[in-house]
Ligand binder design. Structure first.
Ligand code: TRP
Length: 331
């Protein structure tokens, strides 16, 4: 039997190249050797996305992204978190085994408190209970389906460690191996993925490049990547250039070397470099882009795929909840 790789993506906006390189591509690579359980974490997004139309649109975008990039819903479990009521039941049960101190120490919560305190505000200003209890819901996501590994970004390490700790605690308490002990795994480091302004690509810096853009929109977007003011004839340093840094993440070593040589030789302007970047992005993502926009124009297809995933996932989640309820005596 193959081991299980599980991860979720929050539908908080349009997936960008940073999400692709840091999370989606590595998770898809793991489907070759693991059984994949990949889902849309919509109730996690609810801590910030509180508009129905926006949530619905984001869910379709994340679903279409996974599918366009090749996640096979037949061979994997692919579902929407909110379709699995057992996850919320398990989340409550696990929260009763979770020391409150864990939540106090959770990075996202602590960061908010630190910012509020620095601004002279109430420490808990703008902290909703969803944000505070976020890790308990994530524990349920992970433990419900017996995840062996959880591919995530480094920022999620602590959350997976909470899930480990709670699983161990629960198993010990009931003297039974109810939950598999999950392990976080991190994508091979791609280094920082630069956004348009050279800072780390992030929605909060407003410097993202969407994974899927039509060629003319992509051209416009790449036009905004910040470069220096060197003229065409001047020799240029590839390694300090944001365009080159992005190029390198998609190109083969040979392509990378060839472009570096053109930088150093001079006679190549920023427009040329950006055209090379566009070409390599097109090569990688062009086919998937067409599939993505096709899916988005047929949301009923996405609905069907998610309904199928829900059916398959609930066979497992119901069995797990039966087991848990039996131990808790609530059954
Ligand atoms: N918290 C994760 C993030 O912000 C998303 C997520 C929700 C998740 N549930 C999960 C990731 C379970 C891995 C496993 O990226």
């Amino acid at each position: 039997m193959k081991k299980i790789s599980l991860t979720g993506i929050k539908p908080t906006g349009t997936p960008h190249l940073g999400n692709y390189l840091g999370a989606i591509r590595p998770a898809l690579d793991l489907t070759k050797t693991y059984d994949a359980v990949y889902f849309i974490a919509d109730y996690h997004a609810l801590t910030t996305v509180q508009n129905g139309a926006e949530m619905r649109e984001n869910i379709y975008k994340v679903a279409a992204t996974w599918l366009a990039l090749g996640l096979n819903p037949e061979e994997s479990l692919f579902y929407k978190q909110s379709d699995i009521p057992e996850i919320f039941e398990l989340s409550w049960a696990l929260s009763c085994f979770t020391p409150k101190g864990f939540m106090n120490r959770a990075h996202a919560y602590k960061d908010k408190v630190a910012k509020n305190t620095a601004a002279g505000e109430d420490p808990d200003a703008n902290v909703n209970m969803g944000l505070y209890c976020y890790p308990c819901l994530m524990d349920a996501d992970i433990l419900m389906f017996g995840a062996d590994i959880v591919p995530v970004g480094k920022d999620q390490k602590q959350h997976v460690e909470f899930a480990r700790d709670i699983a161990i605690k629960f198993n010990k308490h009931f003297k039974e191996d109810v939950f598999t002990i999950p392990e976080p795994v991190f994508a091979e480091s791609t280094g920082v993925i630069p956004g348009l302004d050279g800072r780390k690509m992030s929605k909060s810096y407003d410097n993202i490049i969407d994974i899927f853009l039509q060629p003319k929109d992509l051209k416009k977007k790449l036009g905004k990547i910040v470069t220096n003011s060197q003229g065409i004839e001047e020799p240029k340093d590839p390694d300090s250039c944001n365009v080159f840094k992005l190029y390198k993440l998609f190109a083969t070593p040979e392509q990378t070397e060839a472009l570096a040589a053109r930088y150093r030789a001079g006679g190549m302007g920023w427009g040329h470099a950006k055209a090379e970047l566009q070409a390599v992005l097109e090569e990688h993502l062009g086919v998937a882009r067409d599939k993505y926009f096709d899916l988005l124009s047929h949301p009923e297809e996405i609905d069907k795929i998610l309904a199928y995933g829900k059916e398959k996932a609930r066979v497992k989640s119901k069995a797990m909840m039966d087991k848990v309820r039996n131990l808790l005596g609530t059954y």
